[in-house]
Design a binder for this molecule. Sequence first.
Ligand SMILES: [Zn+2]
Ligand SMILES: [Zn+2]
Length: 456
Amino acid sequence: MKSALLIDEDRVTRHALAQWLREAGWNVLEADEGATGLALALEKKPALILCDLLAPLYTGFQLCRFLRAKPEKLPGTQIVVTASGGYGVDRQTAFQAGADECMVKPILQSDLLRLLKSLQGTPGDTQTTDRLAAPERDDPDFPPLSREAVPEGETLVRFWGVRGSIATPGASTLLFGGNTACVEVRADGQLVVLDAGTGIRPLGLRLAGEFKGVPLCLTLLISHTHWDHIQGLPFFAAAYNPKNRLRILGYEGARAGLLSALSSQMESPYFPVGWQQLPSHIVLRELQQPQFQIGPIKVDTVYLNHPGICVGYRLNTSAGSVAYLPDNEPFQRYKYNADPKAQHGSTEILAFARRMDQKLIDFIHGADILIIDSQYDAEEYQTRVGWGHGCVDDVVALALRANVKRLCLFHHDPTHDDLKLSSMVEWARQFVAALGETLTVDAACEGQEIVLRAAR
Ligand SMILES: [Zn+2]
Ligand SMILES: [Zn+2]
């Protein structure tokens, strides 16, 4: 009997596929994350692997590249990457990684039967790797910063870049700011920077002025490597001080590792200073586990609905929690609008989209501060479905369902001037008030500071 291996965190998806495969005469193996899935694949050599693109520990892309680099280990195994989003770029990347097919979830029984019939393809132009992320080692903790820099019992959030896509300086964006994604968080003795868009440049100048000759240790978390989240890094003054220690953490991108994505933007002819020439002490670590610590701060992560691999972070500090989801398109509306099967009233698709949104709601539940992609208003969103960004109405609804205390609209569209953003905030506040709720809503604004204080 032929064996199929299902790698998917979503139990409902796994069980439905397993049942249909068994009915079709297959022996079924299951794993809820990529590392166990890889071990099972190498041991049992199944004829077919269905692997979720966003499986924990190893993504579908990583598994494909690794298994295709060792064809002698799994001769004849066909690999199907299953993607929650329907982004064309993800499908292309899956094939480049060596997948035989890429299917959009939820997969219906008829889709699966069609797949089983048709799977005879051979991988084309494949990018493989014989390495997977190195096992995570614990970096020695950074010594806590002074109490002057990080007051005890307080968590400070400061916005340095709030724009999405591309920096938009000018008279029309003076109020909210034109720099791309960068948020500073100081808590529990640690300095954490979320993303390295162009806003990290003024942050670097501020830190240089504040710390002067004192060596600085900071942790930079990268959500993903789209330009608006990394482009400021070559201009970050803290990286040019040999006394400073920078720890840069993120996840492997869709096509290339984190180091390659960050360093290639500094290669000639794009930039005059190479990555290796940065004088500060930089440790770059590709993460694998969904949870980790930055000193006493526990950090949780979640995959977001955005082309490629994009991760949201939740910093659980002693004075409260800050959730940062810079680029995300909520599932339910996306599926309704983008998936033709959903438009024909598929209950499976509706149930799947609800489960995906619920996962996000669980992740942000009770957050003191939620910083989240709200790039469009509801009308604009209609013509931008599937671009990987959210709209204000959906984001407010998510925040309310998750009992968030304070919502910061983020990743402002480059075409939105101060007037437009002010009207979007006003709309969001009226929406909240009309529902009789107390959620505080702001549009994140360059230079804005929010302080959380630990309850005594
Ligand atoms: Zn972005
Ligand atoms: Zn992006």
